[in-house]
Design a protein around this ligand. Sequence first.
Ligand SMILES: Cc1cc2nc3c(=O)[nH]c(=O)nc-3n(C[C@H](O)[C@H](O)[C@H](O)COP(=O)(O)OP(=O)(O)OC[C@H]3O[C@@H](n4cnc5c(N)ncnc54)[C@H](O)[C@@H]3O)c2cc1C
Length: 584
Amino acid sequence: MGQPATFMQETVPLGQYDLIVIGSGAGGLSAAVSAAHAGLSVAVFEKADVLGGTSAWSGGWLWIPRNPLAEQAGIKEDRAAPRLYLKNRTGQPELDARVERFLETGPEMVRFFEKETAVEWLDGNFVPDFVDVDGSLGGGRSVTAAPYDLRELGPWADALRPPLEAATLFKLNITASELGRYFFNWARSPSAALYVARRLMPHFWHMLRYRRAMQLCAGNALIARLIRSAVDLGVHLFPGRPATGLLREGDRVCGARIDGLDAIDATKGVVLACGGFPHDPELLRRLGGCPDGGEHHSAAPRTNTGDGLRLGEQVGARIRDDLANACAWSPVSLVPDKNGGVIHFPHLVERAKPGTIAVTGKGERFCNEAENYHSFMGRLFAVTPPGQRAECWILADHKAQRRWGLGCSRPFPFPTGPYLKSGYLKKAGSLAELARVCGLDPETLEKTVADFNRHAEQGKDPAFGRGESRYNRFMAGRNKLPNTSLAPLRKPPFYAVHVVPGSLGTFAGLATDEYARVLDRHDRPIPGLFAVGNDASSIFGGHYPSGGITLGPAMTFGYLVGRVAAGLIGTEEEPADIERRKNA
Ligand SMILES: Cc1cc2nc3c(=O)[nH]c(=O)nc-3n(C[C@H](O)[C@H](O)[C@H](O)COP(=O)(O)OP(=O)(O)OC[C@H]3O[C@@H](n4cnc5c(N)ncnc54)[C@H](O)[C@@H]3O)c2cc1C
């Protein structure tokens, strides 16, 4: 175990590989590792100077029904239950053929990485599905990567994309469950305080010694473990090398043009894994960027600009634009940063905590704030009159802001001053005053909060049923209240943060089959071309049935591509299979 080098290892590219992967998120690295394990020579080309893409910023959760960690804990189900859940959540009587493949291969993928690579998993047996409907489970369909010590990456440590700083504590990456169990409770429970001290003390030492966090978790640990696995298997990794074109021999894709390098041949194929188009205005316009017709502010890295979709289209691929949603929506707030830029902060947690509510520009509640991010935005889009911007405010009283924080502004003992000074956080001594500061109608806001408070005291939310579902309660955490997600907003001063449409990534993408082969306009596979992750259209038709539904399929189809490219899995299809796919 060495110290991180000051710069990453240089690898000399060969002119030819068996498989070329374009993009180094979880989808691309999964394909690379699986192919290299099967004996193929593999290169990964990455546009950004660091590896990992959105995956390295993510919570790192993969939705994998029937995963081995759940089974070991005695949570057993057959494929009918997740299938039923997906049908209920997507409203599709027949699921996409790729879903069957995903349900079949997901557990195998988890087993493969645990047994054959540096990836180790933790179970998510406490993480419920988003909605309590037939087929849902209160926990047992999620896994995430185990924490990882960055020093294990040796000279590759500097090549890892650091975590999203706005979501760290003094640059320390913490998981949502650690946040809920320990970090929010450090002032209330000695054991939580001890846990926090144990996490922070070594971290401060690492910052002094290495000027970087060494203890990784969530998506950062997942990518670090995938990089370690790829390097161990001889995969060549090239950060700072965007792909600019595909090479063809007849119909077959046989390589790629890489910026600054010669054309690179690929005898078994090319995998597009560029993470979709969350930062490409033209594709967003074309494929449905934002239902209110305005700009959308994605929390994904800015290098995800639809390159994979364009490269695919250049060789005749079809983009699926028939999905329920083009993007995986999330409420975000715009945080001014030190360099004059703006960070897109996704509101994933604090909305569900007691003492917070969300209101429209009229000052009225519009949703169950503890629902998942995608549904929260869906509801906001639905109540926004045509021609108006879908924006809202998340409010907290003093007690809630000090306990949970609000957006990027941290809880006690962190000061709110810098956020108030930048204008990000609004504060006022009364609700009427806060309404004036935010441009809301004071009377309406006072009435909204009074109604909410009256019911919240009793643990009820007759308007939206907040706190009733398992997911709501999981997000709120265990609080000693009649309803763990509900507390009145009483204690001044009151705070608010302005929220606009954002996303965690995109759902529209290249049409692919159940072997992740890219399809042309006649639904025929383009020989030698695969797409995984958000470059492939969502297998759930643009719905967001549960947390982890992008990384789960991304890694599963990545794993599958490696095996297909290596010839370990045949792709000969029966006519019935083709028919099934067409009807999906
Ligand atoms: C804060 C946050 C939390 C999230 N949490 C979760 C979660 O817990 N579970 C979950 O399932 N999803 C989560 N998501 C969504 C998830 O992270 C993404 O959907 C997923 O990471 C996409 O993976 P990918 O492999 O397709 O792309 P990415 O991980 O984005 O990787 C794509 C890479 O391709 C590179 N690239 C682009 N163009 C080129 C080119 N021309 N040549 C070479 N490289 C190129 C990009 O620079 C990027 O590094 C979260 C997202 C965010 C923002």
